[in-house]
Ligand binder design. Structure first.
Ligand code: FAD
Length: 405
């Protein structure tokens, strides 16, 4: 009958409320979220939403009636400003003090800002929330020029959406290749070529100096060499940083995210942290890491809910992620830690292939483009930690099912 307070009504927080009820927790649940919306999915914000292919209802994790039926008390528009772990209370900006038996922190991450001249001009946007996506959507369309600072997944997806709407996109990337932090070189080259063939312009090794504007609105992105990329709207997509201040101020251990264990529990047995916010153990790789993905938010939501509801811990999952651009479905499983070899299976030119990352003969990660069997079997191979026959893995005549058997 314990009272659970969840701070952050995003993918992780909203899912934790649902899993608590699913696992039989009967005590009160309070869900606090600073956005004015019910918990919603962010992945469509850079994809279907920008292209006008999704409505607000389709983004919601649960319909509004569910919260009432499930007895989840909502504080939307509520900002948690402090936690008193001794008294077991959370204080909101409104002054309301809410008591908890268990606290789940799910404050996610925020878009990293670029503190450069002109960054405050109208039309210099970020993409993290539904409100951000709505602002960007309004600026895209036929003939509209989008400049994206940062060649990560969100930036590439937004560029693909801008092109689909009849506009033009330029991607400015600081590194010599896009996706440098998150994908292998084969994938970077493939995505750049695929976007390039559809009209996207790339400026690599780009050093952004600031944003030019006229009448308070952005007109271009200025590079340190003096060149200017003219645009109608600029998207800053340079990563996200965890919203960990609340936890840190409450004395919880933070190292690029709130440090949690395999049950998503912090060092305080009554406080859990889940989702993009956390620095979590990855048992397969014997290290701690901060993940930013929906599967991770769901896995940790289940862990915290199971621990609170007194249920057995759900089995550990291999981290995975997806990205959709044009007609490409990228699926990534695992992380290429300590990998010493890459093996490509399939046909890169035909946009159907997978890159396997191996450490010796163990699969550490797989990046699969339009190749669901490679992704599925790769995920199994990563989980199993048994050697794989590399010659068979590279032989497209042998099905992935047989390779993984
Ligand atoms: P969030 O969803 O960020 O939710 C945290 C919530 O807490 C927010 O509403 C925040 O405003 C609120 N909050 C913060 N501080 C407070 C406070 N003090 N008081 C109250 N509320 C607070 N992942 C994939 O796996 N595949 C994809 O294709 C993919 N695409 C993405 C596209 C975009 C544009 C973005 C932005 C993300 C994408 N992701 C994708 C990542 C995925 O959406 C995140 O991993 C996921 O949303 C994390 O959930 P979360 O609940 O931890 O954080």
């Amino acid at each position: 009958n314990s009272r659970v307070v969840i701070v952050g009504a995003g993918h992780a927080g909203g899912s934790a409320a649902a899993f608590l009820r699913q696992y039989g927790h009967v005590g009160p649940i309070v869900l606090i979220g600073d956005e004015p919306l019910l918990p919603y999915q962010r992945p469509p914000l850079s994809k279907a939403w920008l292209k006008g292919e999704a409505d607000a209802d389709s983004l919601q994790l649960k319909p509004s009636a569910w919260y009432e039926e499930a007895g989840v008390s909502l504080r939307l528009g509520g900002v948690a400003v402090s936690i008193n772990r001794g008294a077991k209370t959370v204080t909101l900006a409104s002054g309301e003090v809410i008591a908890y038996d268990y606290l789940i922190l799910a404050t996610g991450a925020r878009a990293r800002a670029l503190p450069l001249p002109g960054a405050d001009l109208a039309g210099v946007l970020a993409l993290r929330t539904a409100a951000d996506a709505e602002a960007l959507k309004g600026a895209l369309g036929p003939g509209k020029r989008l400049a994206v600072v940062g060649g990560g997944y969100v930036g590439l997806e937004a560029a693909a959406s801008a092109m689909a709407l009849g506009g033009h996109a330029t991607i400015l990337e600081r590194e010599p290749r896009v996706l440098a932090r998150v994908a292998c070189e084969t994938l970077s080259t493939f995505f750049q070529d695929y976007h390039g063939a559809r009209g996207v312009t790339f400026v690599l090794d780009a050093k952004v100096a600031g944003f030019d504007g006229q009448d308070g609105h952005v007109t271009g992105v200025r590079l340190t060499d003096g060149s200017v990329i003219a645009c109608d709207v600029a998207l800053v997509g340079v990563g996200a940083i965890p919203n960990e201040e609340l936890a840190r101020d409450a004395g919880l251990d933070c190292t690029n995210g709130v440090v949690v264990d395999l049950e998503a529990r912090t060092a305080d047995p009554f406080v859990f942290a889940i989702g993009d916010l956390t620095h979590r153990p990855l048992p397969t790789y014997e290290r701690q890491f901060r993940l930013e993905s929906v599967p991770n938010a769901l896995e940790q939501a289940k862990q915290a809910a199971a621990a609170i509801a007194g249920r057995p811990m759900p089995p550990h999952e291999i981290p995975w992620f997806w990205s959709d651009q044009y007609d490409l479905k990228l699926q990534i499983a695992g992380l290429p830690f300590d990998a010493d070899r890459q093996v490509v299976r399939g046909d890169v030119a035909a946009a159907r292939f997978a890159v396997f990352h191996l450490k010796g003969d163990l699969v550490q990660a797989v990046e699969a483009v339009n190749a669901p069997p490679e992704f599925m079997a790769g995920k199994q191979l990563i989980a199993r930690r048994t050697p794989v026959d590399i010659a068979r893995l590279m032989d497209p005549a042998i099905s992935m099912k047989d390779v993984a058997a």
